[in-house]
Design a protein around this ligand. Structure first.
Ligand code: ATP
Ligand code: MG
Length: 767
């Protein structure tokens, strides 16, 4: 085996070091054994990058190059972090307490908690999720009188988020100038920032931005972390954004002429798998690593240990169509394997039936359900698949779908708790003050919030002294008073150090929340739903109990719990916690459903990618914006998850937003050499170009081509007209295309959707 280890291999210690290198190929070993200084592992999918990082962590600790507390290791999701931690512990044969192994966001939240006061926050700051943050943006727009139909809150909020990821403050953003939209964004941005701070709350981007600000503004803080983390390791480096890049720079250098930092930074990634450009990830971070660190050790891994040759050849052929990728040729020793299966279906229902039928066949042939995954481009596409799986009694889990923590009752419970620890938290206050109904209306709430802002007191305090709030009706003031009495009492419990579970239970009982649900369950109408909600709350209680049981000394506080929840809830993870080994109890586990984005880093013996249509993958928005290369990388990610069997399916017709939309085979399918694809006998002739270019409708172009509608349906509407859609609510017509297509921007979520006027449930707004 390892000749350089011969000297140590006799001792038990040496044996273990040997074990850490066992089963690695030459370049992988080199990366694991690399000592100090920058290290770049730039390599294709399935070549063992994550495995190398895991072994390196264990190796650093084992050989005494770093103590656990001196390592900061970053993964892309909390789930990946948990997996890596247990793997390292397995390799080391001991626990790794003290090692920082988490996502960027979790690491930053932890740092910020320790230094919140330096930035004008308390350690109990609340972390707002996407929906809450959007609400803050919407309120800022309302306050400024910005027209939500002209500028959707979602679009404005996205722009703010982008700016933050580039480390721009509202002031700096304003200075960039731009058009009318940018001017509105700049104004909203400033107010948004102020309102967040006033709520003692941070959004997700703030976690990164403020961690960077903290280190830039307080060099002693930076030095403390820079010297305590002697080694930094980052997985999926191709998806880091500018803020994350800057943070790494602050922690390990290069810092400037006279301070080079320790530069013990090991990053691994694959430029061909960079799929978060839309969220500000900057592929240049990995491509320019050698410019940042000219002396970096660069390790290339070319052997793929995951997939068969056929799958790899297909993946290589697809990605070769992207310009500017670092050339890599992956090879595998796993043999040719079976051919890829491409399947055309009538519509998404037929497609789901095909997938389920194939899964049943595979399971009969001995595959476990846990070995099978189905990927799709957007979350909404899971529903049809889920229906089909349920009908056929096939247990499954959806990763990152409708999340547990996004459910109304869970968000309510969390909001109660947030308000108890963070009395400034306006979003939480307005969420729960009248839930369950207590007769405190929107107007009253607005008065309380305004009063708090103008008198500069926490919203909790303003509400607690309802008599001082101008303009409240007597009934409202009274309702508020008895509610706030309960809240004040609950807060005392928190302060006296009650466990999280105790507090949560008291919240649910004392505020009348559970009672209201129980009542609802008794009224025969909503029984099932209300009972489901109660069950979910019970599950949250269980989460709290687990937290109480496992939190270390001094960590078991309610604010720590809330921040943990906020970070778990947001990451791209499953609702089915610990569900891996569940299922029917037959040891087969669960089929996994997830988006292509969430699939990054995973692997499964059998993979289905559904919806391989132009407009779906590549997404229509990307086609419109000429950004198909990122979509191709996403498709490449999907293809390279498959170990043995890969199914690619597409539908001729797919219902999108209430309208039937004709699809065309994805252009990416055409990039797969035909000899790698099995021709199915009952498959219809491929390449149905018969519908002609112009009649192929696209589901959601962002930039709507404008023009006069020719078809009868669309002709009913005019550009600029207000319409109402049965599902999406109010919107305005922003474009009319040929063939009865109207494009509507909806104010609810800011989305722009392409609809078939004839079929979509839209009508003219009555006003
Ligand atoms: P991705 O780019 O998809 O994140 P990766 O480069 O991180 O992939 P890993 O997930 O680390 O690849 O490894 C892919 C698979 O190959 C895993 O199952 C891993 O255990 C296995 N593997 C990696 N290196 C070796 C090796 N030297 N011998 C045997 N199996 C290996
Ligand atoms: Mg990996």
């Amino acid at each position: 085996m390892a000749d350089q280890l011969i000297t140590t291999a006799q001792s038990p210690r040496g044996q273990r070091a040997d074990a850490l290198l066992e089963g690695l190929n030459g370049p992988q070993r080199q990366a694991v054994e690399h000592g100090n200084g920058p290290l770049l592992i730039l390599a294709g999918a399935g070549s063992g990058k994550t495995r190398v990082l895991t072994h390196r962590l264990a190796f650093l600790i084992f050989t005494g190059q770093a103590r656990p507390g001196e390592i900061l290791a970053i993964t892309f999701t909390n789930k990946a972090a948990a997996e890596m931690r247990s793997r390292v512990e397995q390799l080391l044969g001991r626990d790794t307490r003290g090692m920082w192994l988490s996502t960027f966001h979790s690491a930053c939240a932890r740092i910020l908690r320790a230094h919140a006061a330096s930035l004008g926050y308390t350690a109990q700051f609340t972390i707002y999720d996407q929906a809450d943050a959007r609400r803050v943006a919407k309120r800022a727009m309302d306050e400024l009188g910005a027209d939500p139909k002209r500028y959707s809150p979602a679009a404005v909020h996205n722009r703010i988020s982008q700016a933050k990821n580039l480390l721009l403050s509202s002031g700096a953003y304003r200075e960039l100038g731009g058009g009318e939209f940018e001017a509105v964004v700049a104004e909203v941005f400033a107010l948004y920032e102020r309102n967040l701070q006033r709520s003692n709350a941070m959004d997700f981007d703030d976690l990164l931005l403020l961690a960077v600000t903290l280190m830039e503004r307080f060099p002693e803080v930076r030095e403390r972390y820079a010297s305590s983390f002697r080694h930094i390791l980052v997985d999926e480096y191709q998806d880091t954004n500018h803020a994350q890049y800057r943070l790494l720079g602050l922690l390990c250098g290069p810092l400037g002429e006279d301070d080079r930092g320790h530069r013990n930074l090991a990053v691994v990634g694959d430029d061909a798998q960079s799929v978060y450009g839309f969220r500000g990830a900057d592929i240049r971070n990995i491509l320019d690593f050698q410019e940042d660190f000219p002396d970096a050790t660069v390790v290339k891994l070319e052997q793929n240990y995951r997939s068969t040759q056929n799958i790899l050849r297909a993946a290589n052929a697809i990605i070769a169509n992207n310009r500017g990728a670092m050339p890599k040729q992956l090879w595998s020793e796993l043999g040719e394997g079976s051919l890829l299966r491409v399947r055309e279906c009538d519509d998404e229902h037929a497609e789901a039936r095909f997938v389920v039928g194939e899964i049943e066949r595979l399971c009969e042939a001995g595959r476990k359900r846990s070995e099978i995954a189905v990927f799709y481009r957007t979350n909404a596409m899971s529903r049809v698949l889920e229906d089909a799986l349920v009908r056929n009694d096939l247990p499954y889990q959806v990763i990152g779908g409708a999340k547990f923590y996004e459910r109304a009752e869970i968000k309510d419970a969390i909001a109660y708790l947030s308000l108890l620890v963070n009395p400034h938290d306006v979003v939480s206050f307005t969420r729960i003050a009248n839930s369950p109904r207590r007769g405190i209306g929107q107007t009253s709430l607005a008065r309380i919030v305004t009063h708090a802002a103008t008198t500069d007191i926490p919203v909790f305090a303003a509400a607690a002294e309802s008599s001082a709030v101008p303009g409240l009706t007597r009934a409202a003031a009274k309702a508020l008073e008895s509610f706030m009495d309960v809240m004040t009492e609950l807060r005392e419990r928190v302060r006296s150090g009650a466990s999280v579970a105790t507090v949560l239970e008291a919240v649910l009982n004392r505020t009348g929340y559970i009672e209201a649900l129980q009542e609802e369950a008794r009224e025969a109408v909503n029984t099932v739903e209300a009972e489901g909600r109660i069950e979910n709350l019970e599950q949250l209680l269980e989460v709290a109990r687990e937290f109480d049981d496992t939190a270390g000394a001094g960590e078991g506080t309610l604010d720590a719990f809330l921040q943990r929840v906020a970070l778990t809830a947001s990451s791209d993870e499953g609702s089915a916690e610990g569900a891996e080994d569940e299922g029917e109890g037959d040891g087969q586990g669960l089929i996994t459903l997830m988006t292509l984005h969430n699939a990054k880093g995973t692997e499964f013996p059998v993979v289905f990618i559904v919806g391989c249509e132009d407009g779906v993958i590549p997404h229509s928005r990307a086609i419109d914006e000429g950004a198909t290369e990122e979509e191709r990388r996403l498709f490449y990610v999907g293809v390279t998850r498959a170990m043995r069997d890969l199914y690619l399916s597409y539908a001729q017709r797919r219902a999108v937003f209430g309208a039937g939309v004709w699809g065309r085979r994805s252009r990416f399918l055409e990039e797969i050499p035909t000899e790698l694809v099995e021709t199915d006998e009952d498959q219809r002739p491929v390449g149905f170009g018969g519908f002609g270019g112009s009649s192929i409708l696209r589901p959601t172009p962002a930039r709507a081509p404008r023009g006069a509608g020719r078809a009868s349906g669309a002709a009913r509407f005019g550009i600029g007209e207000d319409v109402v859609h049965a599902t999406f609510g109010e919107g305005v017509v922003t474009g009319i295309e040929n063939d009865g297509v109207v494009i509507v921007r909806f104010s609810g979520d800011g989305s722009e959707r392409t609809l078939l006027a004839e079929y979509a449930p839209i009508t003219r707004a009555s006003t």
